[in-house]
Design a protein around this ligand. Structure first.
Ligand SMILES: N[C@@H](CCC(=O)N[C@@H](CS)C(=O)NCC(=O)O)C(=O)O
Length: 175
């Protein structure tokens, strides 16, 4: 039986989505974020030393990292669903690109945006103006231009015709 170690408000939703599409049986083990820090509880570290979600266990196996979990589920249970065949080189390369792009390139930017956006709000009042200055500068000089430069790519992949591209529901949609 597959167990999904699911942290509320997290990337773990992608895994649940994939499991539903593949119509696999699974059990959910739900974890709440710490009310103050928003971090995962220490109990998640007992499942995998990273202490982050998603993590799945499948019998004796433990698999962490959302991309690796998706790969594992599709290789083991996909029966060709949700990914292009390796005969179709272009689609196969696109699929791999988008699978890795989400965590490799996009997510670090989104996390930086979140962290720097929170910086002034979370800082002690005395240094709030300084924190706001840093946050604004990082946002304007570094972060803002980057999502702008990738948005045409994202718009393109989010077109139903691009995502579905003749081989059923493709995995980038889960990312
Ligand atoms: N690259 C990892 C990232 C895992 C990750 O950072 N998960 C977040 C939730 S989206 C988490 O567990 N955060 C809680 C924490 O850092 O304590 C993946 O794709 O699985």
């Amino acid at each position: 039986m597959i167990h999904v170690h699911h942290l509320e408000k997290s990337r773990s939703h992608r895994i649940l989505w994939l499991l539903e599409v593949l119509e696999l049986d699974y059990e959910l083990v739900v974890y709440q974020r710490d009310g103050k820090t928003q971090q995962a509880p220490a109990s998640l570290k007992k499942i995998h030393p990273l202490g982050k979600s998603p993590v799945i266990t499948d019998g004796d196996l433990t698999v962490a990292e959302s991309g690796a979990i998706i790969d594992y589920l599709l290789q083991r249970y996909g029966q060709g669903r949700c990914q292009p065949s390796s005969d179709d080189s272009r689609a196969w390369v696109d699929y791999r690109y988008w699978l890795h792009y989400a965590e490799g390139s996009l997510m670090p930017l989104l996390v930086m945006q979140l962290v720097f956006g929170q910086l002034p709000k979370q800082s002690p009042w005395l240094i709030k103006p300084l924190a706001k200055g840093i946050s604004d500068t990082v946002g304007k000089r570094f972060l803002a231009p980057q999502p702008n430069s990738i948005s045409p790519l994202l718009t393109n992949i989010c077109q139903p015709t691009a995502v579905l591209r003749g081989h059923g529901l493709a995995v980038p949609i889960f990312k």
